[in-house]
Design a protein around this ligand. Sequence first.
Ligand code: ZN
Length: 181
Amino acid sequence: MFKYYPVRTLPEYPDASPYTTGIDVGTPDMHVEPQTLNIGWLGLSTPFPTAAPLPALCDVLWHHCLYPIFQLRGLPYPCPLCQQARYPIEYACDDKRLILGTAEIRVLHPDGRRFACPDLIYHFVVDHAYAMPAALQAGLRYGLEPGSAAFAAIIKDTEKRWMEAMKAWAWQRDYGDAAGA
Ligand SMILES: [Zn+2]
């Protein structure tokens, strides 16, 4: 399907590290999601715990992938573990087809914690038996429902604030000296 294999690799962050910049690594930290933790940004340099995936949790994870945030344009990221052997990473579930490696997802825990994951986390769990941290599993079980209006509002608001911050940052970068003149 894809003629070209991208040279970029998914950014790798330790689980539970503070979220600064996600899948679009060329951008600076916009500080629009201060309470957010990275989960599932796997790569080749760090071993990860494994466990047999629980189908019910995989279903919820898939549901989150249907409501992504920060959708990228351009080529999907490859899985850092499969690389060219399986590219792009594509699934069809419940009449929906998705190419992963193109967006992030948010899992919104009822206690207010937010988890930022690459959409590839679904693949990591299903095909690489990545054992999600307990907090993320709880967020999936009891957190805000991705199809809900409340969830959509949070995603939309985050993207809007990020876009405004990016515009301000780019303006400062390009016209910073002239801005005060
Ligand atoms: Zn893989």
